[in-house]
Design a protein around this ligand. Structure first.
Ligand code: UFG
Length: 325
């Protein structure tokens, strides 16, 4: 199939593009490189460096023929979204509107959407299922939930098939693509940087949460397992399926457990101090992914926290300064 990947120069988009190519799909990428990296786009991919807000340019991309779209392009920093909601609403929601308009005009009916656990906000109970209350606590989650609702409207209005995949904490790397956010705010890359002295001690954001060791618990899912779910998701879309699925590991690790696992993987102490809580951090976010397992036949191949950290570590060793190195 001919698949258009928006945000294919970013972290999850680049790994999914790699898997799509391996599966024999023809891949085109749209990315404005505001947070992505041109080096992350495989030379076999047709690369359109355009902004989704440029509707005329988006319409043209569909001229070369597209069967399905995987939409990753979005701003995704929770803290920044709280401080600058207009930036998030403008980019994420207007970008999706522009892309969907291009799809409708070109008659493309299959849409795989990169959604997030942030749509649930502070959960009432865990594990979180797709039926759990939707109550985002930050602008990032609000924009993603709004797009999910827009997709449901497009299904009713013009027959769009869409699959919204709500990722929990994506982590790890493939052999060639990994995490290179600037600035980096995610726990695992920061823990590895602290272990190797690439930055000072890690601040653990609070140890007074109602969890076993007081630090926040998250569900870390290997980005390679996420990529596999996307391949299965595209098959499902083509069969006519539309819906919403959680993608997680079904098991949570606290910040201190991640630090210990990183010490075991690297053989190094991770210097850290306990700092203040970060605004908007729920205590525990753990997914039930039973629905994705049932509907997609998805099985996680890399569920261990150590193998997730090991792959992140190996990638960083190959690219010590990120993609520019
Ligand atoms: N943390 C620290 N110190 C740091 C960085 C993070 O203690 O320097 C803690 C956070 O407080 C949190 C955990 O590590 O408890 C994980 O934090 P991340 O920033 O790595 O990830 P988040 O859980 O905040 O958010 C991620 C994605 C979101 C997505 C969410 C879904 O960034 O886009 O997972 O679970 F919505």
């Amino acid at each position: 199939m001919k698949i258009l990947v928006t945000g294919g120069a970013g972290y999850i988009g680049s790994v999914v593009s790699e898997y799509l190519l391996e599966e024999g799909h023809e891949v085109a990428v749209v990315d404005n490189l505001s947070t992505g990296h041109a080096e992350a786009v495989d030379p076999r991919i047709r690369f359109h460096k355009i902004d989704l807000l440029d509707r005329a340019a988006v319409v043209k991309v569909f001229d070369s023929g597209v069967d399905a779209v995987c939409h990753f392009a979005a701003f995704s920093q929770v803290g920044e979204s709280v401080a600058d909601p207009l930036k998030y609403w403008h980019n994420n929601v207007s970008g999706a509107l522009s892309l969907l308009s291009g799809m409708k005009y070109a008659g493309v009916r299959h849409f795989l959407f990169s959604s997030t656990a942030a749509v649930y906000g502070e959960p009432e109970s865990t594990p979180i299922t797709e039926e759990s209350r939707l109550a985002p606590v930050n602008a990032y989650g609000n924009t993603k939930l709004s797009i999910e609702r827009l997709l449901a409207d497009c299904r009713k209005g013009w027959g769009l098939n869409s699959l919204s995949l709500r990722y929990f904490n994506a982590a790890g790397a493939s052999d060639i693509h990994g995490e290179d956010h600037r600035p980096e705010t995610h726990l695992i890359p920061l823990v590895l940087d602290a272990a190797y002295g690439r930055r000072g001690e890690l601040a653990v954001f609070g140890n007074d949460y109602p969890t076993s060791d007081g630090t926040c618990v998250r569900d870390y899912i290997h980005v390679k397992d996420l990529a596999t779910a996307h391949l299965l998701g595209i098959d499902k879309l083509v069969e006519g399926y539309s819906g919403v699925l959680n993608l997680g590991n079904g098991r949570g690790f606290s910040v201190l457990e991640v630090i210990s696992a990183a010490s075991r993987v690297t053989g190094k102490e991770v210097p850290f101090r306990i700092g203040a809580r970060r605004d908007g951090d729920p205590a525990v976010l753990v997914a039930s992914s039973e629905k994705a397992e049932d509907i997609l036949g998805w099985k996680r191949e890399y569920p261990g926290i150590e193998e997730i950290i090991e792959d992140a570590d190996s990638w960083r060793k190959r690219f010590p300064g990120g993609y520019s190195s």
